[in-house]
Design a protein around this ligand. Sequence first.
Ligand code: HEC
Length: 151
Amino acid sequence: MRQIIGTCILSILCLACNFSKKEKDMANSVSNNSETQFQNSALERSMMRGEKIYKNFCMSCHGSNGKGMSKAFPPLANSDYLMNQQKASIRAIKYGQSGEITVNGKIYNSVMSPLGLKDKEVADVMNYINNSWGNSNDRLITEEEVSRIEQ
Ligand code: HEC
């Protein structure tokens, strides 16, 4: 009888041990989640502001699907220029862009006038186009980064 009680107590102890470990794990994963959620939401909030700016200032030339238009307006969706030349892309949006550039192997030689956006708006629209139409870039572009880009 003693032995049975002993095993019972032991197994209850074990269960309790396991349980508290599980709880700790759960607590850890919850706090990890909320950290990433916080980061995501800064990017997501910026993208939501950027979407409005895109519709007002960019869509007429680059299209609602970001694919560009005819030979004159280069694509932003899947654009190697946008993906690989983030600084130059910010500069283009901030100060305008003219002269020859190559996007996905095609040469464009046209003019994008400066759009008169504030640095924060440039950051927001960058975050939007970086993460739309299949584009993906989880690095948050900040107003501060845009302010450091010179003409
Ligand atoms: C009046 C038409 C027009 C508008 C409006 C316009 N763009 Fe452009 N954009 C162009 C043209 C034309 C080029 C290529 C310029 C060249 O040939 O040097 C370009 C180039 C670019 C590039 C670099 C090339 C690429 O395709 O990756 C980016 C990034 C860009 N535009 C983003 C934007 C964003 C963001 C907006 C809105 C805030 C915007 N553009 C508004 C016409 C426009």
